[in-house]
Ligand binder design. Structure first.
Ligand code: GLN
Length: 191
């Protein structure tokens, strides 16, 4: 099957995610209104500005449909601002508290080679741009990678969230792992 993967396209780096997904054999669909979520096999919430995206989610009435999508077991990948949007204080579908711009003013952007649990092939080149880190982690959340002791990649069931921009480094392994989850979920639901 060619999975249809939504990319929340209210603001931020959605076009690059869509391009990466297409390169990897999925069919991206830009999501701007609730109807765009119908029948999706997966969803990416990109990096950008979480405040702007939060306003867009409210304006378009997307919060409840997004929560239902996660509750249905559809795989979701949240990156950077996307991680923030998934946390307890926003959509509340990932049992963590993200701290915005956590790496401080003087370190707005940096790159790091990150070993991510479950991702084979060695460290992933990770681009951090005014990135959050995860401040509190709930019992059902698995920490996959940390920087200086702060979680920057976590998973809870079908939700995978990272504090960096996996679409910017040219290393496609995180998107590939996400699409593997999408395929596995599609096989289970028969869709
Ligand atoms: N600093 C942004 C926010 O708090 C996130 C940065 C990003 O997504 N690159 O929304």
């Amino acid at each position: 099957m060619v999975p249809v993967v939504g990319v929340l396209a209210l603001q931020g780096d959605f076009e690059t995610h869509a391009r990466v997904l297409r390169e990897l054999g999925a069919e991206p669909r830009l999501v701007r209104v609730p109807g765009d979520l119908d029948g999706l096999d997966g969803l990416v919430i990109p990096g950008g500005e979480s405040t702007v995206m939060t306003l867009g989610i409210e304006r378009e009435g997307l919060a409840e449909p997004l929560r239902s999508l996660v509750a249905s077991g559809t795989p979701v990948l949240g990156t950077c601002a996307g991680l923030i949007l998934l946390d307890r204080e926003h959509l509340g579908v990932l049992d963590v508290v993200a701290r915005r711009n956590a790496f401080g003013r003087q370190v707005r952007s940096f790159e790091a080679d990150l070993l991510i649990a479950g991702l084979s092939g060695g460290p992933l080149r990770a681009v951090f741009i005014r990135a959050p880190w995860v401040e509190e982690v709930g019992a059902d959340v698995e920490v996959l990678a940390s920087v200086d002791g702060h979680p920057v990649a976590v998973r809870q069931g079908p939700v995978l969230a990272v504090a960096f921009h996996p679409e910017l480094s040219g290393d496609r392994r995180l998107h590939e792992a996400f699409l593997t989850a999408v395929h596995e979920n599609g096989g289970r639901s028969g869709g």
